[in-house]
Ligand binder design. Sequence first.
Ligand SMILES: *Cc1c(COP(=O)(O)O)cnc(C)c1O
Length: 384
Amino acid sequence: MLPDQQFLRIPGPTPIPPSVQHAMNLPMIGHRDQETKDLLHSIKPKLKPVFGTNQEVLMIAGSGTAGLESAVVNAVQPGDEVLVIVTGAFGDRFAQICTEHQIATHRYDVKWGEAAEPEEIEKYLKSHPHIKAVFATLCETSTGVLNPVKELARVIRQHSDALFIVDGVSGVSGADVKMDEWEIDILITGSQKAMMLPPGLTFAAVSERAWKVIENNSRPSFYFDLAKYRDQLDNDSTPFTPALSLLFGLNQVLELMEQEGLEAVYSRHRQMMNMTRAAFKALDIPLLTSDESASPTVTAIKPDDFDPDALRKVLKKEFNLTVAGGQKHLKGSIFRIGHMGYCSPADILQTIGIIEVALNKIGKPAELGSGTRAAQEIMLSGGS
Ligand SMILES: *Cc1c(COP(=O)(O)O)cnc(C)c1O
C-alpha cells in the first residue's frame, strides 16, 4: 500500500481535482481589491446553471449546515408553522435547526431508505393550511435516497403558499436540479460534496418569492443575513472576508464543469450509480434503497450476512479505501459508497474490485470479478 495514496469514497469530503488543488495554492490577494471583484465576477454567471437558476448564488464561508441554518433564520420567524420532510439524518438536522429557533415544527417522517411521497405531502398540506415553509432534502446522504423534489415542489405550489426550501448539499452538481423551473424557493449546497472542493463554503440561491418573505422578516442573525450577501454580491463583493482559497478553487471547478458539460456531469453520476448498484446485485448483497429512489451520488448497501464495519476496517487498513458507515440507527447495519464529484466510472471499477477482495478476506464468499463484471457491462453499454 502506498503511504500517501488514498481512495476516498465517502459522501463528502470528496477528492479534489489536481487543477483545483493547484488553484487553491495561489497567494492571498486583498479581499477588497479589484482581483477579488474580478474573481467573483467570473464565478457568478458560471454558478447559476449548476443550480438551474437565474438568481445570483450567494456564497457564505461555513460548512453546509451554515447554509441550512441561514435558510431557516431568513425565511421563517419564531412561532411560524413549518413542515420538515424527514427521510434520514439530514432531514432530521433541518428539523432540529427549526426547533432550536422556536419555530413550530411539524415533521413528516418517512422510513429511512425510502423517498418522500408527493401525494402524502399534498394530503398533509391540505389538512395544515398554516404552513409557511416546507423543508426537504434533495439527496438524503444518510440513506442514498434521491427525493422527488420536482414533484414535491409541484404539490406544494398547488396546495399552499408555503416556501419550498431544499437541502441540496450532496445533490447539487451531481444530480440535475432546476431551481427556477421546478419552483424551489431556497436551494442550499456545500463545497465538499459533488462540488469537488474542500469543506468550508456553503451556497444559497433564493427565489423572488422567497426574497419578498425575507425582506418582511426580522432577521435575527448578523452573519447569516442573506440580504447582506445579495447586496454585496451585486457589486462583486462580500459582506465579510470571503474564503478566498476556496473561491480560487471554485472558479476552476466551474471551468471543469463547463468543459465537461453539465448534462455529461449528470450522466456520469447516473452511470456510477448504475454500476455500483449492478455490482452489488450481481454479488447478491442487498441495497438499502429501490432503483426508483436511488441517488446518483451515494449508494447505501445493507448486507444480511456480514458486518459492514468489519468490511470497512479491512478496506481502510489494507487498501486505504474509505467508505462510510451508517448514521444514527443505521450504524453498524449499512455501509455507504460516495460516487460524486471528482469520481469517474473507472474509479467505481477499482472500488468494486477492491471490495470483492476485502469481502473474501472477512470470510464472506464473493465470486471475484462478478460485481466488477456487472459494472463493466454497464460501462460498456454506456448505461446512464
Ligand atoms: C453533508 C451534508 C450536509 C452538511 O453537512 P456539513 O457537515 O455541515 O457540511 C447537509 N445536508 C446533507 C444532505 C449533507 O449530505
